[in-house]
Design a binder for this molecule. Structure first.
Ligand code: ADP
Ligand code: ZN
Ligand code: ZN
Length: 726
């Protein structure tokens, strides 16, 4: 694995062929590979004498169960992506390499480091069975089952563990018994009783209970701080009590340590956590705990939607509007959409929750596909924050900090509160400009400017990662160049000059690149040590900082005139989400939004009528213009070192599409908004249709045909179904 397509093999052994979802060892070229059985067929298009035989089965039970395999096959079809690469997302790397799928009830063992030498030299002096175990383990790790077959009992293993001679692999604890979902011996670690439900929470839980069990999709639209997480905790507890598992998808694990802590405190250890930062062994361990049912809750980012579960009872997608649910390269799936499909197949309820639901989900709620649940008020006595626009045309500003904003920061700090400032741009300044020859420093490989990073004294490209030393002297004319505009680094510096006594933190990808840095930035805000936190989009993600009472949006204009389909939606979500960090307890919050366009209809609508009203208006605009969710899109992307190769392919796709059907509108081809990136040219063709079937039929046909075109060999191409960045 991975395979780009499926291959046929024969099963020449006696006995039944391995079931779909099982791994097998197969000959592939001259090597031996691990494959996954996708289908057991009666025949093959490959001539009999050219079919090779399966070497050996690797699983007795399917690694990927019937439901999950069906979901994966559906996803491969829907996203027009090779099944081999799709399946990869559901199987941990170690299993793809052939590691036994042994659940944690069947732990694996190895020699303890300290014991390795000793084991080799003095094995003869030990009891025979212990010697047997050490001998076996000296040649590599083994599972309990394998050791048992070699005559080593559990008692022997226990003795060896006590002596420190062997240790359990994959960081597990003691040998577990037969794990069942919600094993009752692992209770919650906190004795704190759950809070009494608010009427809103009780109503929402009641509405969900009425429909469950069985498939039903709910859109939980609850303002920030309305108690959505508490609703999740109750739902999960109910599932645990019924010995069923919950799959909880979250946008980014690193940004939600509080959520994980709350789950732990309430539910104890019955958690498996899945995210991209896991090592191979941790990932396998989480996979096993989910599959065996030992984990009652599987919390994870995007790829966790493909977790194999023993007894699934509920799916929750938190912050369902978050774009990180959409994979932006390779297999471009939407974990939120796959989650809905999976829940339906499993016949279990799914809850999509957000304070700023995506327009797609709002639309689905309007058409009755989702049931809408509302939690319109905050828990704390502080109520909704007061939002004020600061007109940058009328107020003096020092850098990006206007006088009213600085005054507000001062006021909140003196009252002992904390402040969050949002600016969606990292680095010191986005432009390095020569006032004499008017040159702006560009990336040599991208259509983009280089960003000034003062701390590391570098100029960096945020698109390809290229970096070079920062020099202010102009290479063309020798004049002193100036850094224009501001990123988070510069704002932090300016604030420090204004408030030299206050501790100021920064939350962006640069400040949190070091391992552990993110946790410490967040912990310092939580403890109150950091008084002002400046940050990018990372600030918007569900944090619950109790003492933040002022939120400043430094530059709302960045998003106001975006040309992409979703610019408005994204800006509205960002503003509402950052604003939601203010006044989460009993002190009322205040939000200042700096803009040059205080009359802009989007801002006006959002601030006077709220997100739901904004969403209604935006959906109406999309309907009039025929954009999703009132139509369906696929983006055909291409890239190559030559611009000509990109457009030759896209022109052909366009021509064949127009020829093939009139039900699909062909828009383009056009260059990407940033045409050259990392030295390669990029273009796109947009396909739009008022219904899905003709669009998917066309894609299926083109994907097959295009592999035979000479044009497709000179450019790399991919298909993006339901793209989010058009
Ligand atoms: P959301 O997830 O909607 O932002 P949370 O569930 O985090 O909201 O709730 C906001 C705050 O209110 C949290 O500190 C939480 O502990 C508290 N809270 C939630 N539900 C209740 C309740 N029923 N009674 C008292 N406090 C609650
Ligand atoms: Zn110059
Ligand atoms: Zn670049």
């Amino acid at each position: 694995m991975p395979l780009a397509e499926t291959f046929d093999y024969v099963w020449s052994d006696e006995g039944p062929a391995p079931m779909p979802g099982c791994r097998v060892a197969v000959p592939f070229g001259r090597s031996r590979r691990v494959g996954l059985v996708i289908e057991s067929a009666g025949g093959s298009d490959v001539p009999k004498d050219r079919l090779k035989a399966v070497l050996e089965p690797l699983d007795r039970e399917p690694l990927v169960g019937g439901e999950l395999l069906a979901t994966l096959r559906w996803a491969a079809d829907y996203y027009h992506h090779p099944i081999g690469e799709v399946v990869r997302h559901a199987i941990p790397g170690l299993l793809r390499k052939g590691r036994p799928s042994t659940p944690t009830a069947e732990p694996a063992w190895r020699l303890a480091t300290a014991a390795r030498e000793e084991a080799r030299t003095s094995a003869g002096a030990r009891a025979r069975r212990q010697a047997l175990a050490l001998e076996r383990l000296a040649s590599g790790p083994a599972t309990s089952a394998e050791l048992r077959r070699a005559g080593v009992t559990r008692a022997v293993l226990t003795r060896l563990v006590e002596k420190g001679m062997i240790e359990r692999l994959e960081g597990g604890s003691a040998p577990a018994g037969n794990a069942t979902p919600a094993a009752p011996d692992r209770g919650p670690v906190s004795a704190e009783p759950p809070p009494e439900l608010t009427p809103d929470q009780a109503r929402v839980l009641e509405a969900i209970a009425v429909r469950a069990p069985g498939y039903a999709a709910f859109l939980l639209h609850g303002v920030t701080g309305s108690g959505k997480t508490e609703v999740f905790l109750r739902l999960i507890s109910e599932q645990l009590a019924a010995a069923r598992q919950t799959l909880l998808l979250v946008p980014e694990i690193g940004l939600t340590p509080q959520l994980v802590a709350r789950l732990r405190a309430r539910l104890g250890d019955r958690l498996a956590i899945v995210h991209s930062g896991l090592g191979d062994a941790e990932r396998l361990d989480a996979w096993r705990r989910a599959r065996s049912g030992e984990a009652g809750v599987v919390v994870g980012t995007r790829s966790a939607v493909f977790a194999e579960l023993a007894a699934p009872g509920l799916v929750i997608v938190d912050e369902e509007h978050d774009l990180s649910y959409k994979q932006q390269q390779g297999f471009r799936y939407s974990a939120r959409d796959v989650a809905v499909v999976r829940a339906r197949r499993l016949g279990i309820p799914i809850v999509l929750a957000s304070a700023t639901p995506s327009l797609e989900s709002v639309h689905n709620a309007r058409t009755g596909r989702y049931r809408r649940l509302e939690m319109p008020s905050r828990i704390g006595a502080g109520g909704q924050p007061r939002v004020v626009l600061v007109d940058l045309n009328r107020h003096a500003a020092r850098g990006v900090l206007s006088t009213p904003l600085v005054a507000a920061v001062e006021r909140h700090l003196s009252a002992g509160q904390q402040v969050l400032l949002f600016l969606n741009r990292r680095g010191f300044a986005p432009v390095l400009f020569c006032p004499t020859c008017r040159d702006v420093e560009q990336c040599g490989r991208c259509d983009a400017r280089l960003t000034v990073h003062a701390g590391r004294a570098e100029l960096r490209c945020h698109h390809c990662g290229a970096a070079k030393p920062l020099r202010f002297g102009c290479a063309r004319c020798g004049s002193e160049r100036i850094a224009v505009g501001a990123g988070t680094e510069r704002v932090t510096q300016e604030l420090q000059a204004l408030f030299p006594e206050r501790r100021i933190g920064r939350l962006d990808r640069d400040a949190t690149a070091r391992k552990g840095a993110l946790d410490s930035v967040l912990a310092d805000v939580q403890s109150g040590a950091t008084r002002i936190l400046v940050g990018t989009q990372m600030l918007t993600k569900g944090h619950d900082f109790p003492n933040v009472t002022l939120v400043g949006v430094l530059n709302a204009d960045q998003g106001l005139f975006g040309t992409e389909l979703r610019s408005d939606e994204r800006l509205a979500q960002t503003i509402v989400q950052v604003a939601g960090r203010a006044g989460r307890r009993d002190t009322p919050g205040e939000v200042l939004i700096q803009t040059h366009y205080p009359e802009h209809p989007l801002l006006a609508r959002l601030l006077t009528h709220g997100y739901a009203a904004f969403a209604e208006l935006a959906l109406e605009e999309r309907r009039r213009a025929g954009w999703p969710p009132h139509s369906h899109l696929a983006l055909w992307r291409a890239e190559a070192a030559q611009r000509g190769a990109v457009f030759a392919l896209l022109e052909r796709v366009a021509a064949e599409s127009r020829e093939a059907t009139e039900s699909v509108e062909v828009l383009g081809p056009a260059p990407d908004p940033m045409e050259r990136k990392a030295g390669r040219f990029r273009g796109r063709l947009l396909l739009r249709s008022s219904s899905r079937p003709p669009l998917h039929a066309l894609l299926a046909r083109l994907v097959g045909a295009c592999r035979t075109w000479p044009e497709s060999r000179r450019a790399r191409w991919s298909i993006d179904v339901d793209p989010v960045d058009t």
